[in-house]
Design a binder for this molecule. Structure first.
Ligand SMILES: NC(=O)c1ccc[n+]([C@@H]2O[C@H](COP(=O)([O-])OP(=O)(O)OC[C@H]3O[C@@H](n4cnc5c(N)ncnc54)[C@H](O)[C@@H]3O)[C@@H](O)[C@H]2O)c1
Ligand SMILES: O=CCCC(=O)O
Length: 538
């Protein structure tokens, strides 16, 4: 899908939000400093067109639906209503080993398939995701809380990783290398690394999984995917679609755990059969997994937390910068790793930017993601609410001004927080150095380019960074000086299956998506063929 179309589907809600203020102003509204919907009929369980996509109490191992050996399960709750969605198997060590064994057996034959065969499998899986997009989106909204339009955007984004890597699968080339020794011939073979463990977070219940499985399968790896306890049902629906697509048994295995997560994680990171671990999640967990992987020296990709600077220079197009900040900061209610976390605005346009930005945020409507007109759903759980509230209180106490929002929305449910705008932010506030992962935008004033680049880089992490400027020299300079893995210039939207996604510093290493995503699942074997003699004499 062309990137502009992709971005439209990914971020449709923010755009609708800015267009439909008048229409929404006629809806029943509980008035805060912005719109919030009262509890509506959406507390009823949603219906799927194909109910067989909702898999309860089972995981997908070796092509079969299985329970945990212990029979234990854990509960999954709707973050918007707090109601029980269902239960899922609490996998433990033995269950996990069984999945690894299945992937090991499957690897022996799957590695020998052609790129074209693997391409067709991924393409069939992609087609099934597109056919079942509505149900997948329903599951995402139900267990993650994001508004349905955002969930549909995520399904498109997620499916596009399968499309992209289905196109890469038949085009995996090695190299021929001119040798330093006369008579030697040297070439490389790209081989699948082996059985991979994939561990993903709840904020993109579909896309974080397909971004890993796509390249893994494209090159001939088999996988055990440990999905997040908060959002397991989307992944289990993906497993069902893999089954229907004809993915051979054992090639993809989906396992779930909540209380046993550390136990399962330890098996996945220490088992000698696992040759690669790809993890997306927080930096502390990433560090733990890396330590555990060291015992067997696994190949690793770590996509970890961010603290994205978003810089608006005096010479920027202010309206464009406001639009970019809204979509970067408030996508998934601020719960994405590439969300703007520190918004730096140069003093010459600070007031204008703050006023226009706050006006856009006041247009949001908070509520249950299934309700019409809702632009922003709940956060994932009470811990997320606690962190957001603590960051706002900390900033307020240290002198920031709350311009929009600033408070929990208990009338909607325990996991709702008002989209919030703070001005007068300073470097001593928690938001300057910690990822908020919630719907709070703090505006930091600055004077010079040198100062803001220093501030932007004054963090241990480096995932995404954004800036707005019309000065081409500055564009090159600042893009080259930001210590991040991804830069958005004059845009707040950078995610695209065709672009390499990943960070530097404590945001991890490795790249997902794009041509570079393929290499993460391969090893390069070098072959030297000696004694070839000298070239033909004429
Ligand atoms: N860089 C990226 O691409 C990216 C993408 C999404 C989220 N994130 C980051 O993830 C964080 C939010 O997600 P989260 O709260 O779910 O993170 P988290 O690290 O708590 O959890 C992520 C996943 O790891 C699992 N996990 C937790 N402890 C584990 C252990 N000991 N062994 C094995 N697995 C374990 C969880 O069950 C979940 O599946 C944020 O910091 C965000 O920036 C990064
Ligand atoms: O949250 C992290 C991933 C978000 C994205 O892929 O744009």
């Amino acid at each position: 899908m062309a990137s502009s179309l992709l971005q439209k589907t990914l971020f449709s809600v923010s755009r609708t939000a800015t267009r439909s203020q008048f229409r929404r102003s006629t809806l029943p509204i509980v008035t805060y400093s912005l719109h919030s919907r009262s509890r509506l009929a959406s507390t009823m369980a949603p219906k799927l067109k194909d109910p067989s996509l909702f898999k309860q109490d089972v995981c997908y191992v070796n092509g079969e639906w299985v329970k945990a050996k212990s029979g234990k399960t854990f509960e999954v709750n709707d973050p918007a209503t707090g109601k029980l969605i269902g239960t899922c198997p609490e996998f433990a060590k033995q269950d996990t080993e069984r999945a690894i064994d299945a992937a090991e057996v499957a690897f022996e034959s799957f590695r020998k398939t052609t790129g074209r065969e693997r391409s067709k499998l991924l393409r069939r899986w992609y087609d099934l995701m597109v056919e079942n997009a509505e149900d997948l989106a329903t599951l995402i909204t139900w267990e993650n809380g994001k508004p349905l339009a955002d969930a549909k955007g995520e399904v498109t984004y997620a499916a596009n990783f399968f499309e992209w890597f289905s196109e890469e699968a038949p085009r995996i080339y090695g190299d021929t290398i001119p040798s330093s020794t006369p008579g030697n011939r040297v070439w490389t073979i790209k081989e699948p690394v082996g059985v991979c463990a994939l561990i993903t977070p709840w904020n993109f219940p579909a896309a974080m999984i397909t971004r890993k499985i796509g390249p893994a399968l494209a090159v001939g790896c088999t996988v055990v995917c440990k999905t997040p306890g908060e959002t397991p049902y989307t992944s289990l629906a993906l497993a069902e679609l893999a089954h229907r697509a004809g993915v051979p048994k054992g090639v993809v295995n989906f396992i779930t755990a909540m209380a046993n997560t550390p136990e399962v994680g330890e098996v996945l990171t220490t088992h000698p059969t696992i040759r690669k671990v790809s993890f997306t999640g927080s930096t502390p967990v990433g560090k733990l997994l890396m330590k555990q992987c060291s015992s067997t020296l696994k190949k690793l990709s770590l996509e970890l937390g961010g603290n994205a600077p978003f810089i608006v220079f005096d010479d920027a197009d202010v309206d464009l910068a406001v639009e970019g900040a809204v979509s970067s900061k408030f996508r998934s209610s601020g719960q994405t790793c590439v969300c703007a976390n520190r918004i730096y605005v140069q003093n010459g346009i600070y007031d204008e930017f703050a006023q226009k930005f706050a006006a856009k945020v006041r247009e949001f409507t908070v509520g249950n993601g299934f309700d019409k007109g809702v632009t922003h759903g709940p956060l994932i759980h009470h811990r997320a609410i606690g962190k957001v509230d603590q960051h706002v209180r900390d900033a307020e106490q240290k002198g920031a001004k709350i311009v929009v929002g600033g408070h929990k929305l208990p009338d909607l449910g325990p996991n709702f927080f008002q989209p919030t705008v703070l001005t007068g932010m300073t470097a001593d506030m928690a938001m300057a150095s910690e990822e908020t992962f919630g719907p709070v935008a703090g505006l930091f004033p600055f004077d010079t380019e040198e100062e803001v680049v220093r501030l932007a880089n004054a963090t241990l992490v480096g995932l995404a960074g954004y800036f707005f400027s019309k000065d081409l020299h500055r564009v090159y300079r600042v893009a080259e000086h930001l210590e991040v893995g991804m830069v958005g210039v004059n845009t707040g939207l950078i995610s695209d299956p065709a672009s390499p996604f990943g960070g530097v510093k404590e945001s991890g290493f490795g790249r997902e998506g794009s041509l570079y995503g393929i290499g993460e699942y391969q090893t390069t074997k070098m072959v030297t063929y000696g004694g070839m003699g000298l070239p033909l004499q004429s």
